[in-house]
Design a protein around this ligand. Structure first.
Ligand code: FA5
Length: 346
């Protein structure tokens, strides 16, 4: 009888090796030590045994049963560990440092644009924009450009061929943000206090000029507005954008849509006037053009120049961005080269 127990144990051990999952393991357990399992059934013959045989059988039965239980437990543990290991293998090496997701960041020009917009919003200006493809009338005529002004020349302006009846319409890619002044004055009555930020286009290309670039335009029209308001606003702007204490200067200049007209410079924010490489040892940074809105422009836009006066200014966002971030070439801003853009993390 003990031999049969041993045979059952050996058969069990062989079967156990082939068990690959919990269900088969449970089936094997039932087949051997379940109530009607092959080992349990051997116990039925105990009644026919002598007391000595029974005792010997009992000892042997318990040993075999415990061996089977231990075998099942070990296999169960193995299957569970194996399942866990395979699950982990589906992932990458968990001991490796985590790979961080790559975050994009705002383009330096976008940052400049947003910073300028929020500075001027705080100063009480509305933000406006207009179409990139603009009527020649708004880009030039309403702004007091004479029909033979050189800026209208093919060499400076991108002309767009209108669809349909072409005789009455001259379309251009706007060459500056000043037509937004016109659109705003035609649509609103003073007081008008806006800035316009946008993309503009000119046939122009070298280290500091690009055929596509960006400008910001300021316009303030109301009763009694003077050049002193212009200078005060420019001073307030440079103070809130670059920090207080930077002087601003106006130099006489000509733009058809302002009279008087002026270029405006601000004291270099890097050396604060002490002269450095950024300001080319002058102590000043040239920002853009400005002046009192020409009476002809006000009149053409339906605003009485005897009652209202206004000022306007405009400067390049791209140059401002180059200045702020020490970018040596304008084209770097437009090439989309990731090595350049990565230098401006969030
Ligand atoms: C104008 O465009 C006027 N509309 C500005 C103005 C507005 C004057 C309101 C008076 C009243 P200007 O052509 O100088 O002005 O251009 C203004 C700025 O745009 C320049 O100072 C320069 O910073 C920038 N700019 C001009 N051309 C380019 C270019 N091709 N690439 C990059 N920036 C340019």
């Amino acid at each position: 009888m003990p031999d049969r127990l041993q045979q059952q144990l050996e058969a069990f051990e062989r079967a156990l090796e082939g068990v690959r999952d919990e269900d088969s393991l449970y089936a094997l357990q039932v087949a051997y030590i379940g109530r009607k399992g092959s080992i349990s059934l051997l116990r039925r013959d105990m009644g026919k045994m002598s007391p000595d045989q029974r005792k010997q059988f009992g000892v042997e039965f318990n040993r075999v049963k415990r061996a089977i239980e231990a075998g099942i437990e070990t296999r169960r543990q193995f299957l569970s560990d194996d399942a866990r290991r395979r699950e982990l293998e589906r992932f990458e090496d968990l001991t490796m440092p985590p790979r961080r997701p790559e975050f994009g960041s705002l383009h330096p020009l976008t940052r400049t644009r947003r910073a300028l917009a929020s500075t001027f919003r705080r100063m009480g200006f509305d933000v406006e924009d207009g179409p990139h493809v603009e009527h020649g009338r708004y880009n030039f005529d309403f702004l007091n450009f004479l029909p033979d002004h050189p800026a209208r020349d093919e060499q400076d302006t991108f002309f767009v061929e209108p669809r349909g009846d072409t005789s009455s319409r001259e379309l251009v890619l706007r060459t500056h943000t000043s037509p937004i002044q016109v659109r705003t004055m035609l649509a609103r009555t003073p007081p008008v206090r806006i800035i316009a930020l946008g993309t503009v286009f000119r046939r122009d290309e070298d280290r500091t000029h690009s055929p596509m670039f960006h400008q910001i335009e300021g316009l303030y029209v109301d009763r009694g507005v003077t050049m002193a308001d212009l200078k005060a606003t420019l001073l307030q702007f440079t103070g809130s954008f670059f920090g207080p204490g930077l002087d601003v200067r106006l130099r006489p200049s000509f733009f058809p849509f302002v009279e008087p007209g002026a270029e405006f410079d601000m004291q270099c924010p890097f050396c604060r006037g002490a002269r450095c490489v950024v300001c080319k040892q002058t102590g000043w940074i040239e920002l853009g053009g400005s002046g009192m809105v020409h009476p002809n422009v006000l009149r053409d836009c339906g605003i009485d120049p005897a009652v209202y006066t206004g000022w306007a200014f405009g400067f390049g966002l791209d140059r401002m961005t180059m200045l702020l971030h020490d970018v040596p070439k304008l084209r770097y801003l437009f090439e989309g080269d990731i090595r350049f853009l990565e230098q401006f993390p969030c």
